[in-house]
Design a protein around this ligand. Structure first.
Ligand SMILES: Nc1ncnc2c1ncn2[C@@H]1O[C@H](COP(=O)(O)OP(=O)(O)OP(=O)(O)O)[C@@H](O)[C@H]1O
Ligand SMILES: [Mg+2]
Length: 340
């Protein structure tokens, strides 16, 4: 049983039931995409919940998730369909006796060849297609959620192929003809913004930039995904991650890393509800992925390492670009120690 949503609030609540915590803007744009049957392009940094949203949406609506994972070199055979040569060969072999019978009266070999060439023996029909995700989403009798994940990893030529599916909800196979959607898929595309997508593709999609969440939403996410972590401790780990995101790191901590770090903090600290300074060091292993980032963070946090360390709240949407270079440590030095 598949269902649609009456409004954005209903969608928000349905996602929340599944521990996917969206904000109003995200829920509204997803709701619009479903109500208008428009593809939705989600762009944003790694680990902010783009793929997870498609999974949660599929589950919330009772639709099957059909996923096309994009990569460099992805081609029609992997994205759309492929002829199943083995099955075709088997089919011809099974027909061999009948073919011999029907061509028995033709003595000339060229003429026999021409006769056979004029027949396709049903080889180019749906039965002999190996269906790949794009075609699968169009052929499915029940509506699906089609996730075209990390579309920026493919070459631009692949986008041309996507356009027909996105704009017309149809797929053309030269030997057979055009398949129009048997049910209307909801289409989500994700991109990490590693290259600019073509204007033609963007034009056909609703667009949403999914960035790092507000502190409040990130606390909710951590509590939903790691309920074993004491809320105060979860909040402290979130604040730590938000401070790290202000540093000019190679890779800022994503939501998934914050969840891991909160779990790690709970394991290290046991029942201690506030983030202790000694725990900081270990959390770096979960939050940061480059030695140079760890060095930078340790230096920046150095002045706040007297126990207990509980970072004070960071203002919303402060970006590295707003600060002069090499002032990262001052972000930490200037803040009060202890709970703010
Ligand atoms: N809004 C959210 N609510 C609940 N969990 C979330 C949310 N956002 C992210 N997460 C958690 O973060 C994890 C990573 O999210 P996801 O894999 O969807 O990231 P992504 O944006 O697709 O990253 P990438 O670009 O690297 O593929 C999820 O498995 C989930 O545990
Ligand atoms: Mg993803």
């Amino acid at each position: 049983m598949t269902s649609t949503f009456a409004d954005a609030d209903e969608l928000l609540a349905a996602l929340r039931e599944l521990d996917y915590i969206a904000d109003d803007d995200l829920a509204t744009v997803v709701y619009l995409a479903t109500a208008l049957d428009r593809p939705l392009l989600l762009e944003g940094p790694a680990g902010v919940g783009k793929t997870e949203l498609a999974k949660a949406l599929a589950q919330a609506s009772g639709r099957r998730l059909v996923r096309l994972q994009c990569y460099e070199g992805l081609d029609d055979n992997r994205a759309l369909y492929e002829w199943d040569y083995a099955k075709q060969l088997l089919h011809v072999q099974m027909l061999r006796d009948r073919i011999t019978e029907t061509t028995a009266h033709i003595t000339d070999i060229d003429e026999a060849s021409r006769y056979l060439a004029g027949r396709d023996f049903g080889l180019y029909s749906e039965a002999f297609l190996s269906v790949r995700p794009l075609l699968e989403s169009v052929l499915s009798p029940d509506p699906v959620v089609l996730l075209v994940d990390e579309v920026d990893r493919t070459e631009e030529s692949m986008e041309a192929l996507l356009l027909e599916v996105l704009a017309e909800k149809q797929v053309t196979i030269p030997e057979i003809g055009t398949f129009t959607a048997r049910s209307m898929p909801w289409v989500l595309l994700t991109s990490n913004d590693t290259r600019e997508l073509s204007p033609a593709l963007k034009r056909r999609c609703l667009h949403f930039h999914l960035g790092y969440p507000s502190a409040e939403r990130e606390r909710e996410i951590v509590t939903a995904r790691a309920p074993e972590v004491e809320p105060g401790l979860a909040g402290d780990v979130v604040e730590l991650a938000r401070r790290l995101r202000q540093l000019p790191l190679r890779k800022s901590p994503s939501i998934s890393e914050v969840i891991d770090a909160a779990r790690a903090a709970a394991v290290i600290q046991g029942d201690d509800p506030a983030l202790a300074a000694r725990t900081h060091r270990f959390l770096m292993a979960a939050l940061l992925k480059y030695t140079s980032d760890v060095d930078l963070a340790v230096a920046a946090l150095a002045d706040t390492v007297s126990e207990p360390v509980v970072p004070s709240p960071v203002p919303e949407r402060v970006s590295v670009a707003e600060r002069p270079a090499n002032t990262s440590a001052s972000v930490f030095n200037s803040r009060g120690k202890g709970r703010g």
